[in-house]
Design a protein around this ligand. Structure first.
Ligand SMILES: O=C(CO)[C@@H](O)[C@H](O)COP(=O)(O)O
Length: 217
């Protein structure tokens, strides 16, 4: 699956940008609060507007402090998947239960330096795992290939039935990096600049999807 990250989109034209990637599987919505990460993007009111502007399921990635308080609003508004950071969540199991009860899929994200092993039990409550392959905060950064060990661990846990979740990767995904991520076992690829900087964003989505499919084990 390909999920264009709107951090690389033109925020003044978000509805148009969503239309330009109408063939995408999910739209990755980067919510940043200038506390958990050193950047400020958008919040719930903009997400609500976006929900009215596109039929693409919204994958809201909350790069914010105190997700235990704020994440539920995104689920109640109709986001398909709401991802919180394990580094910021006080009670990630409770949070996952609340998100699911509100009708959303629950996602857990790990920053590049955060290991997966301490969270394998917690991840049993989640529907998606978002492995960050850049430090969260900005688009256009260089892909960190060493996080692929985490992807391989997650893939093995899913394939052996210990976890049931979609493995996502986010950061620096483009035509040069998507194949190694696909080979490691990623299901869903978040791509910002590789999509929105392309002359034809819709075609970029199709090309990335085909490239990933050819390299999936
Ligand atoms: O959330 C983030 C970064 O914090 C990502 O979603 C990036 O926005 C992806 O952009 P590219 O690295 O693909 O340009």
């Amino acid at each position: 699956m390909i999920a264009p990250s709107i951090l690389s989109a033109d925020f003044a034209r978000l509805a148009d940008e969503a239309a330009a990637v109408a063939g995408a599987d999910w739209l990755h919505v980067d919510v940043m609060d200038a506390h958990f990460v050193p950047n400020l993007t958008l919040g719930l009111p903009v997400v609500k507007s976006l929900l009215g502007a596109t039929d693409i399921p919204l994958d809201c990635h909350l790069m914010i402090d105190d997700p235990d308080r704020w994440a539920i609003g995104y689920a109640e508004a109709g986001a398909y998947n709401v991802t919180v950071h394990v580094e910021a969540a006080a009670d990630p199991v409770r949070l996952a239960k609340d998100l699911r009860a509100a009708g959303a899929k629950a996602g857990l994200s790990l920053k590049p330096g955060t290991p997966i092993e301490p969270y394998t039990e917690v991840l049993k409550h989640y529907d998606t795992l978002l492995v960050m392959s850049v430090e969260p905060g900005f688009g256009g950064q260089k892909f960190m290939a060493d996080v692929l060990d985490k992807v391989r661990t997650a893939r093995r846990l899913v394939d052996t039935g210990h976890l049931t979740l979609v493995v996502e990767i986010d950061g620096g995904i483009n035509a040069d990096t998507i194949e190694q991520a696909a080979e490691a076992g990623v299901d869903c690829f978040v791509a910002g600049s590789a999509v929105y900087d392309a002359a034809d964003p819709g075609q970029a989505v199709e090309r990335l999807r085909a490239q990933a499919a050819r390299h999936r084990p």
